[in-house]
Design a binder for this molecule. Structure first.
Ligand code: 13P
Ligand code: SF4
Length: 364
């Protein structure tokens, strides 16, 4: 992987006032026209999000990147793993840029290929690993997706994790799910697996902190990764809303811990949360357990409804927030001058194996 060092874009961008940045981004977009596809995840701040050609959750954006093979430049306003997935799914002629190279995902960084390979070898001493099917959440590096592709597994997203888990269980005896413990646990519960059938692999402990018997009995082994943003939502927050106003519906993202998801009225991907709030009748009341930029957008777009954050504290994804309008303009100015900056590339061998894992998901 290339070294990801964000260059200083200087006062000529950082010193520009918001109104001027807005106008200059629009002008550059018009100039680049159909050569450009600007994608934005739902957690992006409004000043960036409003410029997107397409917005979505991780699955939708992966599909859009794959479908638009005529666009020369893809500027991905999201985090690193999303730009990598876009590079894997697009042609060699297309170039993907991430406006700020510091926009990573801490959860994706919690599972490295050597760590997972090491765990796999340990498991091989106790179970038949040729019957162990790996599933990785799309929030993972290309190297992890490649490992999963090589071993016959699939990628999943928060929209389809249950379906992919069910598929994986039909392909073998057990599933190794990474990096998000909570998405894995919530999906396993949703498809009816007993709690005892799901064990946790704790990094740094022999056999992930399990006995050989526990591993043999397990149907799903969960990596102990987590999202720092969604871990901030607590079951007490759900109880507090229930007490305050029983008419409030609680909707959360499946990266929240089981104790939160099991108490909520609904859970789903960012796209699903948007749909549920948008389709609810005027006067509906919601407490939403996900990233604050999305919650604020829902508040602004639905003044006829009450939309609150589930938590009294601001749950902000600080890496998504790194994509500022100034960085977006800097990338677009460079593209207009024929220079691709902040390009995200995945080497062909890794990309081919990762693509197998992504294609399995996209075909489901
Ligand atoms: P979705 O967009 O798939 O709902 O995921 C949320 C997320 O945390 C992206 O990093
Ligand atoms: Fe990663 Fe969580 Fe931010 Fe999503 S919200 S990019 S999972 S840290």
């Amino acid at each position: 992987m290339e070294a990801l060092v964000q260059v200083d874009i200087g006062e000529e961008y950082l010193g520009v006032d918001p109104g001027e940045l807005h106008g200059r981004i629009i002008a550059r977009k018009e100039e680049l026209a159909d050569r450009l596809l600007l994608l934005s995840h739902h957690y992006q701040q409004e000043a960036v999000y409003q410029h997107a050609d397409a917005t979505g959750d991780s699955l939708k954006l992966a599909r859009i990147a794959a479908e638009n093979q005529d666009r020369e430049y893809i500027v991905f306003c999201g985090v690193h793993f999303m730009a990598e997935s876009a590079d894997i799914l697009t042609t060699d002629k297309q170039q993907v840029s991430l406006p700020d190279l510091r926009a990573g995902c801490p959860m994706a960084d919690m599972a490295s290929r050597p760590e997972v390979e090491w765990a796999w070898q340990e498991l091989a001493q106790h179970i038949a690993v040729d019957r162990l099917v790996p599933v990785t959440y799309v929030n993972s590096s290309a190297a992890i997706k490649a490992l999963v592709g090589e071993k016959g597994g699939s990628v999943c997203t928060s929209s389809n994790a249950e379906k992919v888990l069910q598929w994986a269980l039909s392909q073998g005896e057990r599933v190794f799910f990474f990096p998000d413990e909570h998405l894995g646990r919530n999906s396993a519960a949703a498809i009816g697996l007993a709690e005892e059938a799901v064990i946790l692999w704790r990094r740094g402990q022999p056999l992930g902190g399990n006995t050989p018997e526990q591993v043999k009995r397990a149907k799903v082994i969960l990596w102990d990764g987590y999202c720092t943003v969604h871990m901030q939502f607590q079951p007490e927050h759900v109880e507090a809303w229930r007490q305050r106003d029983p008419a409030v519906r609680i909707i959360v993202h499946p990266e929240c811990r089981r104790e939160v998801v099991s108490r909520a009225d609904q859970y789903g991907s960012t796209e699903m949360i948007i749909r549920a709030v948008s389709e609810s009748p005027p006067g509906s009341k919601w407490a939403v357990g996900t990233e604050i930029n999305l919650v604020r957008r829902l508040q602004n777009r639905h003044p006829d409804k009450e939309v609150h954050s589930l938590s009294p504290f601001q749950c902000l994804c600080s890496t998504m927030y790194r994509i500022k309008p100034a960085y977006l303009l800097w990338v677009l100015d460079n593209l207009a001058a024929g220079r691709v900056v902040n390009r995200i590339t995945v080497d062909p061998e890794t990309a081919a194996a990762a693509r197998r894992a992504l294609d399995r998901m996209l075909s489901m």
